[in-house]
Design a protein around this ligand. Structure first.
Ligand code: HEM
Length: 247
């Protein structure tokens, strides 16, 4: 991730904010733009700073700049380009840090306890048990590695099992039903209580958010209309709110 700062001094700000209100639509739709913010200086109201987080400098220059999103964006802000005083990329050096969900949960050992207990419950369950009749004995550990990576821990699943595509492909053709998905979620929550994962509201909400999202994807990929999984990095899940779905 890289941050771009664009500093403006706009002597006549008439139309400037409105132009940006329109320009941020294609900007926000660009896959390379993670977030943006336009701020006006309180002490010198003719000064503005536009801060954009890009996936990378290449993502900005090779992706966005060469896309139709840029054409639309630029058409709106063109009258103000001569008022730009600085436009540069910055690398973050120090930021406020929070523990990852992986650390908060208790690390790899806690997640392994969770999945060992969970798959014991799964095996005995009349609704989801049959799906796991031929389960690889390493399965609970692989799922713990997956969860660890998703929650901000080491990229062990990607290294040892082949990452996102491998995980998704394991669900293809399994024909998971909504009732089975619900039971899977419910047993995982039981296991989380049983092994004593942190029970604070913030952690459990983030944990449940991922589990809800992940099981719905597993259901989709197990079904008859699933597209072949794309080569993508393992998703990373944090404390915050998930951004809206982009088709
Ligand atoms: C957040 C939700 C889910 C996660 C994180 C998850 C994780 C995984 C992972 C990592 C694998 C591949 C393990 C390997 O590397 O071999 C896998 C396989 C599998 N998953 Fe899921 N899964 C989820 C949801 C579900 C649901 C809802 C079901 C069914 C109710 C399900 C059924 C299966 C089955 C049957 C396999 C193949 C197991 C085997 O034969 O070894 N999964 N899952």
């Amino acid at each position: 991730m890289i941050v771009e700062y664009i500093r403006y001094r706009v002597p006549d700000a008439d139309g400037f904010e409105d132009a940006y209100r329109r320009a941020v639509v294609p900007l926000g739709n660009s896959p390379e733009c993670l977030t943006y913010e336009l701020s006006r200086c309180v002490d010198e109201p003719e000064c503005y700073i536009l801060r954009i987080e890009w996936t990378s400098a290449e993502g900005h220059l090779e992706g966005f700049r060469k896309s139709a999103h840029f054409q639309e964006f630029f058409a709106e802000i063109k009258p103000f380009v001569s008022h730009i005083e600085e436009m540069r990329h910055y690398e973050q050096v120090i930021t406020k840090t929070e523990p990852t969900l992986f650390e908060w949960a208790g690390g790899a050992e806690a997640l392994e306890r969770l999945t060992a207990t969970f798959y014991d419950l799964v095996r005995k369950d009349d609704l989801v048990g049959p799906l796991f009749a031929g389960m690889d004995p390493g399965h609970p550990r692989y799922v713990a590695m997956w969860l660890g990576e998703v929650f901000g821990g080491p990229a062990a699943y990607t290294r040892e099992r082949g990452g996102h595509t491998h995980m998704v492909s394991k669900h293809l053709g399994k024909g998971i039903t909504e009732q089975q998905r619900r039971r899977w979620v419910s047993l995982l929550m039981d296991a989380a209580d049983e092994v004593g994962l942190p029970s604070d509201a913030e952690f459990r909400a983030a944990f449940a958010g991922y589990v809800e999202w992940g099981t719905r994807l597993a259901l989709y990929f197990s079904g008859p209309n699933a597209r072949a999984p794309k080569e993508e990095p393992v998703p990373r899940w944090g404390w915050g709110v998930a951004p809206p779905y982009k088709p």
